[in-house]
Write a protein that binds this ligand. Structure first.
Ligand code: 5GP
Ligand code: ZN
Length: 114
C-alpha cells in the first residue's frame, strides 16, 4: 500500500532505525519512545490490525511474535520483563493502520496500562 507509512518504511522510502529484520518481519525504533526500549515489530506484508493479522492463515502472526521476542533478547530486556502490545482499533489508541507490536522494556511497567 503506497500510502501506508509502515509500508514505506518496509520499502526503505522513509528512514527508520531498523534493529532486526527477517524475511517476513521488520523491527524499528518508535520515533516517540515511551520506554528505554520501544521497538515496533511489523509484518512486511500489509495487514491493517491484529484482528486481520490473526486471520492470515500462514504463520505470519507467529513470525511477528517470534521477532518481538528476539528483539527483547537483543535489547537485553527479556530477563527483567517486557511488554508486547497490539493497539487494535481507534478505541484502543491505534493510529497507524499497518499492524505493529510495540515491544516495551527497560523500565518498570505498571498494570493496568490505562
Ligand atoms: P499506535 O498508536 O498505532 O499503536 O502506534 C503507532 C506508533 O508509531 C506510535 O508509537 C508512534 O510514535 C509511531 N510512529 C508513527 N510514525 C512513525 C514514523 O514515521 N517512524 C517511527 N519510527 N515511528 C512512528
Ligand atoms: Zn502498510
Amino acid at each position: 500500500m503506497s500510502d501506508c507509512l509502515f509500508c514505506q518504511i518496509v520499502a526503505k522510502e522513509i528512514p527508520a532505525e531498523i534493529v532486526y529484520e527477517t524475511g517476513r518481519t521488520l523491527a524499528f525504533r518508535d520515533r516517540n519512545p515511551q520506554a528505554p526500549t520501544h521497538v515496533l515489530v511489523i509484518p512486511k506484508q500489509h495487514h491493517r490490525d491484529a484482528a486481520e493479522l490473526a486471520g492470515a492463515d500462514d504463520g505470519l502472526a507467529d513470525d511477528v511474535l517470534k521477532t518481538a521476542h528476539a528483539v527483547a533478547v537483543q535489547e537485553g530486556v527479556a530477563e527483567d520483563g517486557y511488554r508486547v502490545v497490539f493497539n487494535t482499533g481507534p478505541g484502543a489508541g491505534q493510529t497507524v493502520f499497518h499492524v505493529h507490536a510495540h515491544v516495551l522494556g527497560g523500565r518498570g511497567l505498571t498494570w493496568p496500562p490505562g
